[in-house]
Write a protein that binds this ligand. Structure first.
Ligand code: SAH
Length: 368
């Protein structure tokens, strides 16, 4: 499934630009669109979209002709292509086709007290981390803010239908959110201001784009920052996470410190444990030094299998050894609850290929 989402060869005609979709319009633009309507209609429609998460057709408090017009002039961004469930229905992955034919995935995870949605910020990714299925597939394009927000709306609607409440949004799906800063930040605002999620319930995960982290530190909402670290020495990180050659660990630590100082948020590091590559004692020692200096929380995830990367994840006993080693060195560390591997919904497995029908109930996957 690695190649399905890859960029078209150069001789293929460029795709049309992304169209304006339902959640791409802001309140002022909606007001303009409905300039011929009484003022309160704009408020009704805005509330319908963001509070009731309604489709225009279901906005029964507005006249039928207007509902039809809204459906036509504000098309939804995401056409469902496939849906797959794992973990007894507690993990749901959607594959969407966008207006230009690009494909992205969204993963909803139910936990006992809350539900979390993992959203994509780009179709594909240009960061080229070799162990990540999205990176293997290459970059297609940035998502618009409306395409990002609608993923949250769809997930929230489903959570409600399942008797759950969507409490957290993590930008840990396809793409590098800080390489698509403007659209990502507009989406964060809509999620915060209009869908009503607090900044502490929104997490941006980055490969380590230093200027983006600095912008985030200066931004007007203190969201959580997660950094996909995977190596704590430049020689290894250059190989695992190629952007490290441009933004090495020293610069990255400075930007992270700035984020912590400005926002007061706790930093977390993601570390996909790769057998014999970054799970040695020396890796734990280096990671401990790096993480302690920033008081970061470390999330360990055994590497999930992807088609384009031969090395396997660290076996369970090695994961536990690594965890204990970090904890003994004073690091705040958790092994990530893994979700969705049987439907390729786990960390690093999002490649926007078609979703196989699950044939077994997944016990140990890894989303987020
Ligand atoms: N580009 C952003 C957002 C993607 S988040 C970032 O890098 O943070 C997806 C997370 O899954 C990242 O932490 C990524 O490094 C991790 N990941 C990628 N491939 C993986 C794999 N095969 N197994 C486990 N985690 C993986």
């Amino acid at each position: 499934m690695a190649t399905t989402g890859s960029a078209p060869p150069a001789d293929v005609a460029p795709r049309p630009p992304a169209r304006t979709t339902r959640y791409d319009v802001d309140r002022a633009a909606l007001g303009q669109l409905l300039a011929d309507q009484p003022r309160y209609r704009v408020d009704q429609v805005w509330e319908g979209l963001h509070t009731h998460l309604a489709e225009p057709a279901d906005m029964t408090n507005v006249p039928l002709t207007l509902r039809r017009r809204l459906a036509e002039e504000l098309p939804d961004a995401l056409a469902l292509t496939t849906e797959a469930a794992a973990d007894g229905g507690d993990t749901v992955k959607w594959l969407w086709t966008l207006g230009d034919g690009s494909r992205v995935e969204t993963v909803l995870m139910h936990y006992p007290q809350r539900s979390t949605v993992c959203v994509s910020s780009q179709a594909g990714c240009a960061m080229a981390c070799g162990f990540c299925a999205t990176g293997q597939a290459g970059f297609t394009r940035h998502l618009t803010s409306g395409e990002i927000v609608e993923q949250v709306v769809r997930a929230s609607r489903r959570a409600r239908a399942d008797g759950r409440r969507l409490a957290n949004v993590v930008f840990m799906g396809m793409g590098e959110p800080l390489a698509n800063f403007a659209h990502t930040w507009a989406a964060v605002h809509r999620i915060h201001d209009d869908l009503g999620l607090g900044a502490r319930h929104i997490t941006i995960s980055t490969v380590g784009i230093v200027p983006g982290i600095r912008r985030l530190a200066d931004a007007d909402l203190p969201v959580n920052l997660a950094v996909s670290l995977h190596a704590a020495d430049d020689e290894l990180r250059d190989r695992l996470v190629p952007i490290n050659r441009r933004y090495p660990l020293g610069l990255l630590a400075e930007a992270c410190a700035e984020h912590i100082e400005r926002t007061g948020r706790r930093l977390s590091f993601e570390w996909a444990l790769i057998d014999g590559v970054n799970d040695r004692r020396v890796d734990a020692a280096r990671l401990a030094d790096y993480a302690r200096g920033l008081r970061a929380h470390v999330n360990l995830i055994p590497l999930n299998p992807t088609p384009g990367y031969a090395t396997r994840g660290t076996p369970a006993d090695g994961v536990e050894r690594f965890r204990r080693d970090l904890a003994d060195r004073g690091v705040n560390v958790t092994v990530r609850d893994t979700r969705g591997t049987s439907i390729d919904a786990a960390c690093g497995q999002l490649a926007a290929a078609s979703v196989p029908t699950p044939t077994r109930r997944d016990r140990a996957g890894g989303a987020g």
